[in-house]
Design a protein around this ligand. Structure first.
Ligand code: CTP
Ligand code: MG
Length: 230
């Protein structure tokens, strides 16, 4: 049964799924690879659709897969599917163009963070609703981090207590994200990075171990284990 989205919700969630997944190894585009028998994108969209504030979901698919992705997601949730671009940032811009200005909060996610719980979508959206123009979910850094120079020589040890690992969904006031994209900044791997450059404060909320980004083959093994305890 297709999940109905909340017509009174104030959140659009953009789900970039147009990458190829080079680091996962040869095969289908990453978002379409299977985890416990279902494509990563289906896992991701099902969880986003279960978040009560979500009014609209937009997916960026590889250009050759737009129709197939529309069919794949039809039984999962009502979604708008657009063709993605060469870089993630281009895919996000294409999705943002599909969101009406009447939707006040925009979250930018990753299909690769397929097991992100609906509760994290809600907590990021709530922080934006409560007045933060830009919000990112983060986890503490567990490893010791070194700065290295030429020849892999250690230059120093970074103070871990001031570092955070950043996840998605990242949440923004719609006008703030739109302005960052209009500013036409250089390539960034995350959307908050673009917003930071415009001088807007970005605040952190607690992330989730379940929001790990499936990047390398080992991450698929970890994700399968997480599904068993979810
Ligand atoms: N993505 C996208 N459009 C691109 C590149 C990436 O929509 N041009 C999406 C991916 O599908 C993924 C998310 O952005 O859901 C995060 O990117 P990443 O984990 O780097 O995925 P890939 O780019 O597919 O993987 P890789 O970098 O290993 O090729
Ligand atoms: Mg990539």
């Amino acid at each position: 049964m297709t999940a109905q989205l909340n017509a009174r919700g104030d959140v659009a969630v953009l789900v970039p799924a147009a990458g190829s997944g080079v680091r996962l190894g040869p095969g289908a585009p990453k978002a379409l690879r299977l985890l416990a028998g279902e494509p990563l994108l289906v896992h991701a969209v099902r969880r986003v659709a279960a978040a009560p504030s979500v009014r609209m979901i937009v997916v960026a698919a590889p250009a050759a897969e737009v129709d197939a992705v529309r069919e794949l997601l039809a039984p999962v949730a009502p979604v708008v599917v657009v063709a993605g671009g060469a870089e993630r940032q281009d895919s996000v811009a294409a999705m943002l163009a599909a969101v009406p200005t009447t939707v006040g909060i925009v979250l930018v996610h990753d299909a690769a963070r397929a097991l992100t719980p609906p509760e994290l979508v809600e907590s990021v959206a709530a922080a934006v609703r409560d007045g933060s123009p830009a919000v990112i979910p983060v986890l503490p850094v567990v490893d010791t981090v070194k700065e290295v120079g030429p020849g892999e020589t250690v230059l120093g040890t970074v103070d871990r207590s001031v570092l955070r690992s950043v996840q998605t969904p990242q949440g923004f006031r719609h006008d703030v994200l739109a302005a960052a994209h209009r500013a036409g900044l250089d390539a960034h791997t995350d959307d908050a990075g673009m917003v930071e450059k415009t001088g807007t404060p970005v605040v952190c909320v607690p992330g989730s171990e379940f929001a790990l980004k499936i990047t390398r083959p080992l991450d698929l093994v970890i994700a399968e284990a997480l599904l068993r305890v979810a």
